[in-house]
Design a protein. Structure first.
Length: 293
C-alpha cells in the first residue's frame, strides 16, 4: 500500500509542477515576467537573501543546536538550493506579484545550478555536484512547460484563456493530494524526529528565512510577500538529488524530506494569512458606496 501511495505522491508532485508552470505561462507575458527583474536592487537583494543569508542562518543555527552530522548535512544542502517550483502557487495564495514570482523562480533556479556545485564541495567534504544533473529536471519539468505556455499565450490568446483556469485547478488539486499523502507517508518519520531538535531547527530556519526575504523585498508589499515566501521555500528537487547521490546515510535524505514538507505546510498557512490580509486591505481601500467590477 505504501508503495502505491509513494507512486501517487510522485505523480501528484509531477502534475503539480508542470500544471503550475503551464498556468503561469498561460496567464502572463514574457514582458510581465521580466519587468520586475529590471529592478537591479531587488534582484541583488533576492540573490543575497537566498545564497548568502539563508546558508548563513542555517550555519549559525547548527552552531547552537547540537544535531547529528547527517541532519546537519541535509539542512546545509537544503539551504544552498533555491528556486522552488512551489513559489508561483504560494504567490497566488498570498496575493503576491505572480509575475515577479515566476521571474524570481527562474532566476533562483539558474543561480542554484551555478551556486551548488561551487559552494557545497567547499563546505562538505567529498561532495561532488554535477550542474547538468541539477539542471535537467528544472529545465524539462519547469522551464520547457513555462516557455511553451508563454508561446501559446502570445500567439493563441483565446486558447490560453480557456486552458489557464483548468491548469490552475489541476495544479491546486495535485498539490493538495501530494501534500496529504506526503503527510501520511512521512507521519512516523516526523514523529521520530521530534526528540532530535531537527524539526524545531527546520521551523526556525523557515521563519527566519521568510522574515529576511520579506523585509528585503520592499518597498512594494506584493514583492515583499513573494520574496519572503521564495526565500523560505527551498528547492527540494535539487537538494534531494545532491543528498541521495552523495551520501549513504538515509538520515540526510530524511531530514531534507521532512524539512521540505514542513516548509510547505508552514508557508501555505503563512501564504493564506498574507492573502487574507491583502484582500482585507484591498477591500478597506475601496470607497464606501463603490463596488469592484
Amino acid at each position: 500500500m505504501s508503495e502505491i501511495l509513494q507512486v501517487i505522491t510522485k505523480l501528484a508532485i509531477l502534475v503539480f509542477v508542470i500544471a503550475s508552470m503551464l498556468s503561469m505561462g498561460l496567464s502572463l507575458t514574457v514582458r510581465q515576467i521580466l519587468v520586475p527583474l529590471r529592478n537591479t536592487g531587488l534582484v541583488l537583494l533576492s540573490l543575497v537573501a537566498n545564497f548568502i543569508l539563508v546558508p548563513l542562518v542555517v550555519y549559525l543555527l547548527l552552531q547552537v543546536v547540537p544535531l547529528s552530522k547527517p541532519f546537519q548535512v541535509g539542512l546545509i544542502i537544503l539551504a544552498t538550493a533555491a528556486g522552488a517550483p512551489f513559489l508561483p502557487k504560494l504567490a497566488q495564495v498570498a496575493k503576491g506579484n505572480t509575475a515577479f514570482s515566476v521571474g524570481l523562480m527562474v532566476l533562483l533556479m539558474v543561480g542554484t545550478i551555478i551556486y551548488m556545485p561551487i559552494v557545497l564541495p567547499l563546505v562538505l567534504k567529498g561532495v561532488q555536484v554535477n550542474p547538468w544533473d541539477i539542471a535537467k529536471p528544472l529545465i524539462f519539468l519547469m522551464l520547457v512547460p513555462l516557455a511553451l505556455s508563454l508561446f501559446v499565450k502570445a500567439r493563441y490568446e483565446a486558447i490560453a484563456a480557456t486552458l489557464q483556469p483548468i491548469m490552475t485547478q489541476t495544479s491546486s488539486f495535485a498539490l493538495m493530494l501530494g501534500l496529504v499523502i506526503g503527510l501520511i507517508l512521512q507521519f512516523r518519520t516526523l514523529i521520530g524526529l521530534f526528540g532530535t531538535g531537527a524539526l524545531i531547527t527546520s521551523a526556525v530556519f523557515i521563519v527566519v528565512a521568510f522574515i529576511l526575504g520579506y523585509f528585503l523585498g520592499g518597498p512594494g508589499s506584493d514583492t515583499q510577500r513573494v520574496l519572503g515566501l521564495g526565500t523560505a521555500q527551498r528547492n527540494i528537487s535539487a537538494a534531494l538529488l545532491v543528498g541521495a547521490s552523495n551520501f549513504d546515510d538515509p538520515n540526510v535524505v530524511i531530514i531534507i524530506l521532512a524539512a521540505s514538507l514542513l516548509m510547505l505546510v508552514i508557508l501555505m498557512f503563512m501564504g493564506g494569512e498574507l492573502g487574507r490580509r491583502a484582500e482585507d486591505s484591498r477591500q478597506a481601500s475601496i470607497p464606501v458606496g463603490k463596488t469592484q467590477r
